[in-house]
Design a protein around this ligand. Structure first.
Ligand SMILES: [Zn+2]
Length: 120
């Protein structure tokens, strides 16, 4: 009994489902930049488990266990929206500085040195 990922390679899309109730739920994950839909669905579940402000999302059940299945539709929408913002920051960090390719600064498109140059 767990949350699993159903992946369609032809559609390049993935959804979450519960292997106990056999019920699919949540957003449709699609390909983005160099990231496959299934990778993005995996990253969402990992983020929800480890980093998301889980307590702030609306749930159908009170409890400390983090479980995507316990989020209401509104709770899932809020979590997905937060995750999209977090993911955009990771993608920027992966791409590195837009000018020199060095690691970019905190959530920025430029490394600290190029940020300074841009301000000068
Ligand atoms: Zn730079």
């Amino acid at each position: 009994m767990s949350v699993r990922i159903l992946y369609d390679a032809a559609e390049e899309s993935a959804v979450l489902y519960c292997s106990t109730s056999m019920w699919a739920f949540g957003p449709l994950f699609t390909q983005d930049d160099d990231h496959e839909a299934v990778e993005r669905a995996e990253a969402f579940l990992k983020w929800l488990d480890e980093a998301a402000p889980y307590a702030s999302y609306e749930k159908t059940q009170i409890g400390s266990r983090r479980d995507a299945r316990l989020l209401t539709d509104a709770g899932m929408q809020a979590a997905y929206s937060d995750w999209l913002a977090a993911e955009a920051a990771w993608f920027r960090a992966e791409r590195g500085c837009e000018v020199c390719g060095e690691p970019a600064g905190e959530g920025g498109a430029l490394c600290p040195a190029c940020q300074l140059n841009a301000r000068a």
